[in-house]
Design a protein around this ligand. Structure first.
Ligand code: C2E
Ligand code: MG
Ligand code: MG
Length: 827
């Protein structure tokens, strides 16, 4: 039988393609939406999408069928039309369900593609079968149409899957392009399927005409289907667009929130109203050591207890619970899982949604370093960097608060001021770094004594370093009792007296401690310190190495000291300094072999003062440099004058103080004095003491330079300096002066005799001269002479005398005898 040839209505063909593309576009659009939703909304979107897309494909199909105009009456079976609609919708549902998943395996893609192909193909052929026209098919084209359907399905699935990702700026262009391509594929399938069909004139009238649909009706149905498709698509798109924008805003807000939450330098814990932890950021783990999984959904109070957070707030347990709906701040301390004690600053910020308090963000800042830095700064401001002890400022604070407490409770307390005697010497001669080592040792000895003295001593005694070698103690509580204070002072004096090993030598110093009691000796900080100070000076004045309580009498002494200092400053310019000279005698023939220049101060009110009264003051105030230089010059001048006027050609010895010895321009000063006065260097002797030569290297350098000038060096007060004898042979020392202390009791004391004999024989072995000081009696002289002491100095022969008396007493008799450089017999 000849099949009937149909013709295509071009407008309808174009319309069918337009519908196919529209349906495809809608499908792509909906796939994106499906992927963004979940739960019930997702089913809803799949269902809507399936209807929209299915109706779209179906409409395209039927418009394509109607576009094919057959020269006969064609009607459609209602059942099959409905079946074909259902098939189109099912195929679309499969596609959307698949494309809406975040990730899909290839196997699933293959399966979904097959289902979709089957759906579309069956929709098409069921739709064809709905026609009231006999049809035969050309197998090759049918197969081709199936293949195109498969191609269209896979393309659709791939594109839908591709478009379910977040939207880019030009996304919609790709989506339209893709819709057009997919539309082409679906239309291609349809028209290939149509080409496969051969239509024949119907022989039999369909069984149930009442269930047949006419083309016009079908056209209405299609129009309705298309309308629904377009409507749903447009509506969906509209909603979609709105929701995309909203979602975008939500996503952006979430990302802003996320960025703030997770990159915040503070730890953030989010809790609900019941205090259950709902979220934390990474810093929480860094600070506490707790990983997220160990804290999420647990009550914050449990965690707080576990990590031992000690809040400054009284209401420790409920710090998170912010019912007042205001920010609250706390300081806290916490021990983390690494057992580190951290300082925390906590802010509790209520979270309010729609006027309801739903929970709180707890912002926790680790301020350990800041707190530490602040404490360090405070510590530095209040402590001495060398010893780590409290400094003057801190002591003032302690004193002020102690006074306050003791005033209320009517308690007493003690202030002890301590000064190290001879510290200056150590510092000058060994250098500042050794001086520092020494001070540290001193402070640690005091601390040890304090700690050993009483179990609660640490809280009862504050030891501070006021600068230099000055230490102050505030003693409170039970230990502030006078007897206890005395015991403490005694122990400190004893501890300080022990030798110090510095630069491989033993050094000896002593401590002078002045004590003032509150309230007896003063009610305020200044008075107490001042009075303890004057007591301390009193100890120094009385030979150092001890302690003394303040007495009212001491005030006047302190005042005197200050007054004396004022006078001393003007003494040189007022020409009040005088040199006395004490002859040095050779025992063998009683010849005067030298004089020692000894300074005196003709005080305008107090009369003639001995060096012991003002030399320490001059050393403390630095006036010693000027006074010392004057002495050297004056002694040289006097000796040169005596030489020039026919006096004996003997040397003059001049005492140097420690500071003078370490004065950088000492050699220059000595040289100038010699040059200016014209005295030959060999007639000048400089007296130093053992204690000045603590640093062998420094002393050797100075002594060598002095010797190079031709000046002689004597070691004064020999035997009292505790120092090692080994240095003697290294130094250019010409003479040892045996200290007066060994001579005083020499007639009774065998040990003194032994010491003196030893010194004399040692000096002889070392090829040094030796002279004994302080001979007051014939008995002393005899013993010394028995021990082969060849030179002596002492009241027995002469006291120190002013220059003119030396001339009268010694030179005149010599001249009368016509001798120069000659004998003098004892007076
Ligand atoms: P020194 O250098 O050991 O001087 C000897 C001291 O002993 C002198 O005391 C002297 O008067 C005293 N003396 C001498 N013979 C006897 C004696 O037989 N019996 C007693 N009891 N004393 C005797 P002076 O002049 O009071 O000097 C005391 C110290 O002052 C000196 O001890 C010396 O270290 C220091 N000094 C004196 N003049 C100066 C000076 O110009 N510069 C410096 N830096 N120190 C000086
Ligand atoms: Mg001397
Ligand atoms: Mg001496």
């Amino acid at each position: 039988m000849e099949h009937i040839h149909g013709t295509y209505n071009l407008q309808l063909v174009i319309l069918s393609y337009f519908i196919a593309s529209l349906a495809s576009y809608a499908a792509l659009d909906l796939a994106g939406r499906v992927s963004l939703t979940s739960g019930r909304a997702r089913h809803w979107w799949v269902a809507c999408g399936a209807i929209s897309m299915g109706l779209g494909i179906w409409s395209m199909h039927f418009v394509g069928m109607i576009a094919f105009v057959l020269p006969m009456h064609v009607s459609y079976s209602m059942d099959k039309v409905i079946l074909s609609v259902l098939l189109a919708i099912s195929a679309s549902g499969v596609a959307l369900e698949f494309a809406g998943r975040p990730s899909n395996r290839i196997s699933k893609l293959v399966f979904a593609g097959l289902l979709m192909t089957a759906g579309i193909t069956s929709m098409h052929y069921v739709g064809m079968a709905a026609m009231s026209v006999p049809i035969t098919y050309e197998p090759t084209l049918v197969v081709l149409s199936v293949l195109i359907a498969a191609l269209a399905s896979y393309a659709a699935l791939w594109l839908m899957f591709y478009f379910n990702r977040p939207e880019s700026k030009y996304h919609w262009i790709y989506k339209i392009g893709s819709g057009l391509i997919m539309g082409l594929a679906i239309a291609g399938m349809h028209y290939t399927g149509m080409a496969a069909a051969h239509f024949y004139q119907a022989q039999v009238i369909p069984e149930s005409l009442n269930r047949q649909v006419e083309s016009e009706v079908l056209a209405y149905l299609i129009a309705a289907g298309t309308f629904v498709t377009i409507g749903l698509t447009l509506f969906g798109n509209f909603i979609n667009q709105r929701m995309i924008q909203k979602d975008q805003r939500i996503r952006e807000n979430e990302q802003w929130y996320h960025a703030l939450y997770h990159n915040h330098s503070d730890a953030i814990v989010s809790v609900d109203r019941e205090g259950i932890i709902k979220g934390i950021n990474a810093v929480v783990t860094t600070i506490t050591g707790y990983p997220e999984k160990r804290v999420i959904d647990r009550p914050i109070n449990q965690i707080i207890e576990q990590i031992n957070v000690q809040c400054s707030s009284k209401d420790n347990a409920h710090t998170w619970d912010n019912q007042e709906l205001q920010q609250r701040h706390y300081m806290a301390k916490m021990r983390n899982t690494q057992n580190e004690l951290l300082d925390l600053s906590i802010a509790v910020i209520p979270v309010i949604i729609d006027d309801t308090h739903v929970g709180s963000h707890i912002l926790i800042k680790d301020i350990t370093e800041e707190t530490q830095a602040q404490q360090n700064i405070r510590h530095q401001a209040l402590h001495d960097p060398l010893t780590g002890l409290p400094n003057r400022r801190k002591l003032d604070e302690v004193l002020a608060s102690t006074i306050q407490v003791c005033e209320q409770k009517q308690h007493k307390f003690a202030v002890l001021v301590m000064d190290i005697d001879r510290f200056k010497m150590i510092n000058d001669s060994l250098g500042h770094s050794i001086g520092d080592v020494f001070l540290k040792e001193v402070s640690s000895r005091i601390v040890t004594v304090i700690e050993a003295s009483h179990p609660q001593a640490n809280s009862n005694v504050t030891l501070a370093r006021m600068g230099g070698d000055e230490f102050t103690m505030v003693v409170t509580g039970e230990q502030a009792d006078e007897k206890q204070v005395v015991r403490l002072a005694e122990k400190i004096v004893e501890a300080i007296k022990q030798p110090y090993r510095l630069k491989e030598n033993d050094f000896y110093v002593t401590a002078s401690i002045g004590i003032a009691m509150y309230p007896e000796h003063g009610a305020g900080t200044d008075a107490l310190i001042k009075h303890a100070d004057s007591a301390m000076y009193e100890v120094k004045k009385n030979g150092k190495n001890g302690y003394q309580f303040y007495t009212a009498q001491l005030d006047s002494e302190l005042y005197e000291r200050i007054e004396l200092e004022g006078y001393l400053r003007k003494a040189l310019e007022r020409n009040e300094m005088v040199l006395y000279y004490q002859p040095q005698i050779r025992t063998l023939d009683s010849r005067m072999i030298g004089v020692e220049a000894l300074i005196r101060w003709q005080h305008p009110l107090k009369g003639l003062l001995a060096p012991d009264v003002f030399i320490p003051l001059a050393e403390e105030t630095g006036m010693i440099y000027d006074i010392g230089n004057w002495t050297i010059r004056e002694a040289c001048r006097q000796m040169k004058l005596w030489h020039a006027s026919g006096g004996p050609l003997i040397p003059v010895s001049v005492n140097l103080s420690s500071q003078q010895f370490h004065q950088s321009n000492l050699v220059e000063q000595v040289q100038n004095a010699l040059t200016e006065t014209g005295l030959e260097a060999k007639y000048l002797e400089l007296e130093i003491t053992e204690s000045m030569m603590m640093d062998a290297a420094v002393s050797t350098a100075i002594l060598n330079e002095l010797s190079a000038l031709g000046v002689k060096i004597s070691l004064d007060d020999f035997g009292t300096g505790y120092s090692s004898l080994s240095y003697l042979k290294h130094f250019p020392i010409h003479k040892l002066k045996i200290d007066r202390s060994f001579v005083t009791d020499i007639t009774e004391s065998h040990s003194d005799q032994a010491i003196v004999a030893t010194i004399i024989s040692m000096a002889q072995n070392l090829k040094m001269e030796v002279i004994a000081e302080g001979i007051e009696t014939k008995g002393q002289l005899d013993i010394l002479m028995q021990n082969d002491c060849r030179e002596i100095q002492g009241y027995y022969f002469s006291r120190p005398l002013p220059a003119n008396e030396v001339e009268n007493n010694f030179f005149v008799p010599l001249r009368l005898l016509g001798e120069r450089n000659t004998v003098f017999h004892s007076v």
